[in-house]
Write a protein that binds this ligand. Structure first.
Ligand SMILES: Nc1ncnc2c1ncn2[C@@H]1O[C@H](COP(=O)(O)OP(=O)(O)OP(=O)(O)O)[C@@H](O)[C@H]1O
Length: 208
């Protein structure tokens, strides 16, 4: 079996005096897609934040790539995160945002033009992101994560705002990423998306 990219064991997180995660375990290897399901408040986003090095667990071990996750440049070269909507650059168009993502990472997975097409943003290239619809902006966020090279994709409800057709297309895009050896860990409420991309489903129970 290939070395694990993500290994979380016995993770506990307390926030505001409440136990949010308790004894949580999760593993993911190259080529795998893991979908984290669970009711609102179960702790899916909190677990993703732990994997991204943005939340330190109260106890337990989290190992991502070569060690504990750290919010540092070397880590983010290998890891792409899509969570809350990013702050869009003033004055830069959709196409220029894609070109910027390519320019700061060596060796893109797609050209900016190919990404426009893959993420159904043809005809939107010259617009500023804030003039797009909610779902179109989510497609751009996903495009900026998938256009660049990475070994691990962390996605928090990637289906947010997407129509049914694009959710199906997203399943194909994630499958292709995993087929190239990438690892995906996503929190999702969309079981169809998880099934469409062949994800292993992990259900989180609320800690209390
Ligand atoms: N900064 C914080 N301070 C206190 N409690 C917090 C904080 N952030 C999150 N929580 C609590 O932690 C719990 C888990 O939140 P989290 O966002 O991880 O859940 P989730 O499973 O992603 O939910 P959803 O499906 O609604 O997105 C919730 O009960 C939430 O109220």
């Amino acid at each position: 079996m290939k070395a694990e990219i993500v290994a979380a064991r016995d993770v506990r997180v307390e926030l505001g005096g409440h136990r949010v995660l308790d004894g949580v375990a999760l593993t993911a290897s190259p080529g795998q897609i893991v979908a984290i399901a669970g009711e609102n408040g179960a702790g899916k986003s909190t677990l993703l934040r732990c994997l991204a090095g943005l939340q330190t667990p109260s106890s337990g071990q989290v190992h991502v790539l070569d060690g504990p996750p750290v919010d540092a440049a070397g880590f983010w070269r290998e890891v792409a995160l899509v969570g809350d909507e990013p702050a869009w650059y003033p004055g830069l168009s959709v196409l220029e945002h894609l070109e910027m993502a390519l320019s700061v990472h060596d060796g893109g997975r797609l050209s900016a033009q190919a990404a426009l097409s893959a993420f159904a943003l043809d005809g939107r290239a010259d617009q500023h992101p804030l003039t797009l619809s909610t779902g179109q902006r989510q497609r751009l966020s996903l495009a900026m994560a998938l256009i660049r090279p990475s070994r691990l994709l962390l996605l928090d409800e990637p289906e947010r705002g997407l129509d049914a057709d694009f959710r199906a297309r997203l399943g194909d895009l994630l499958r292709a990423y995993a087929a190239d050896g990438g690892t995906v860990v996503m929190a999702t409420h969309d079981r169809d998306l998880a099934t469409a991309c062949g994800a292993r489903l992990v259900t989180l129970e609320a800690a209390c």
